[in-house]
Write a new protein. Sequence first.
Length: 298
Amino acid sequence: MTSTQVAPPAAYTDRDAPAVSVRGLRKSYGGKAVLDGLDLEVRRGECFALLGPNGAGKTTTIEVLEGVRRRDDGGVAVLGADPATAGRAWRARLGVVSQGEGAAQALTVREALDHFAAYHARPRRTAELLAAVGLEEKAGTRVGRLSGGQRRRLAVALGVQGRPELVFLDEPTTGMDPVARRQFWELVRGLRAEGTTVLLTTHYLDEAAELADRVGVIAGGRLVEVAPPAELGAELRRIATVTWLDGGSRRQVRTEAPAAVLRDLLATTPHEVPGLTVTRPGLEDVYLQLVRTPGGDQ
Ligand SMILES: Nc1ncnc2c1ncn2[C@@H]1O[C@H](COP(=O)(O)OP(=O)(O)OP(=O)(O)O)[C@@H](O)[C@H]1O
């Protein structure tokens, strides 16, 4: 590995230092660069959502941060340590919900939670976890018999069982039904209220908007933009679209000054303007444009 060794300065142990700090992260598979100089900072106590198309490198990034994947180059500090060399004490401060299948198929849900509780110094109570992820009725069911969405719920419960300072959630709600997703959102809000730092990946933009203090979009191997969800793509959001019906046909104007367009329109129309709407791009529109930019040639 040619990675730049980040010698964490004393400040990194400070509660005010970022939970995650990444500079110039590079990773290739078979000569093809997936991460091409990615910079990322996650502040202590925030919920940060990593967005990006399939194959953009979100899981690769998270795995490098968890210390389970080697990087080719770049400086990485997670809770003040380099994940490539950090030890068990550091790992105990992390919670991980990965995309993979869990183990312990033969145990019941309750047995699995009780079993893994022994690995933590201060585990959350099994009953509390079962309630938090809505698996109380499945407590006596073998893990191997759970549905896909129920397995995700169990994975989330196991990921937060040890009261981690920083939790990585890689597509945590994939396969969950809408009720379970909302339950999960409550869980994440609770974690955040306790001061836990959360780094999650998701393809659900409503989820990112609901949960994240800031979102980052990966495209073309880099983070192309970082902002609070409502401010992402501020430039793109300046353009409003005014639409209305004119003699049965639909008219549309894209403008940075919708009020002026409306004034002109109302001045020339004696009655109501049929079908009049003013819209601005939402998070999804902005996201789609960001991942289509030259930086993110997906
Ligand atoms: N072990 C590996 N060997 C070879 N290529 C890999 C390996 N792991 C990932 N890749 C490739 O690297 C790219 C990034 O994969 P990664 O899983 O990080 O993307 P992602 O953003 O998490 O995607 P998704 O949204 O689909 O989960 C993909 O093209 C993938 O095929």
